[in-house]
Design a protein around this ligand. Structure first.
Ligand SMILES: Cc1cc2nc3c(=O)[nH]c(=O)nc-3n(C[C@H](O)[C@H](O)[C@H](O)COP(=O)(O)O)c2cc1C
Length: 208
């Protein structure tokens, strides 16, 4: 298998920019991205990223900041209804899978093993094979149903990484907040990166 292969699932929660930035960053870092996008994601993307008419047939370069060469060689896209795609089986090998952002519907489906599309089936396989699965839920506030489903995911071995960026790296704008979440996802997948956002313990502050 490719040593640098990751599955990325985008679902229809707010914060589609987290998912697009994660794909862009993985590509920049030289990873092979296997991408599954839910139908609702396209609607949310249109609403909040100002990308008109985006659909599964839209070329990747029109909604991701990657080159045509990167799109051709590093990103493979799948039809979410293609339940016979390679990652619908536990025999598919990859460093990990990240669902970013994860809607409460997709969280519920993964938490309950309700694998009715390729994204949720693939996540099911990563859990059963005890391979790294990172889920980035986005909703607020959370109901007890959401909380129970997230707990079930954590108990099953997933990393639950809420889309709750920290502010201690002094973000200058939305991109810095998005990058913070992308960095946390890369770290949970054990992927080396060059983001420098770690808390420095107050280094360099004048003593007071
Ligand atoms: C603009 C917009 C924003 C949404 N934001 C969220 C959200 O933050 N969290 C969430 O769980 N669902 C959100 N939804 C609802 C989901 O898209 C919806 O539940 C959908 O069925 C999820 O399907 P999927 O998980 O297969 O993508 C949003 C929908 C729209 C249109």
């Amino acid at each position: 298998m490719s040593e640098k292969r990751i599955v990325v699932g985008l679902s229809g929660a707010s914060g589609t920019i987290y998912g697009t930035r994660m794909v862009e960053r993985l590509v920049e870092l030289g990873w092979e991205v296997h991408l599954i996008v839910s139908p609702s994601t396209w609607k949310v993307m249109q609403a909040e990223m100002g990308i008109e008419g985006v659909s599964p047939s839209t070329p990747l370069t029109q909604w991701l900041r990657i080159t045509a060469g990167q799109a051709e060689h590093q990103v493979r896209t799948y039809n979410i209804r293609d339940i016979a795609a390679p990652m619908a089986s536990g025999t598919f090998r990859a460093r990990g899978m990240i669902v970013i952002p994860a809607s409460m519907k997709t969280v519920a489906a993964i938490a309950h093993g309700y694998s009715d599309n390729l994204l949720t089936r693939c996540a099911d396989c990563f859990l059963k094979e005890r391979r790294p699965l990172v889920v980035v839920p986005r909703e607020t506030p959370l109901s007890t149903i959401h909380l129970r489903n997230l707990l079930a995911l954590a108990e099953a071995g997933a990393h639950v990484l809420p889309a709750m960026p920290g502010f201690y790296h002094n973000p200058r704008g939305i991109d810095d907040l998005v990058d913070f979440m992308v960095m946390k996802g890369l770290e949970l997948l054990d992927i080396p990166h060059d983001f420098d956002m770690a808390w420095k313990g107050g280094e360099g502050r004048p003593a007071s």
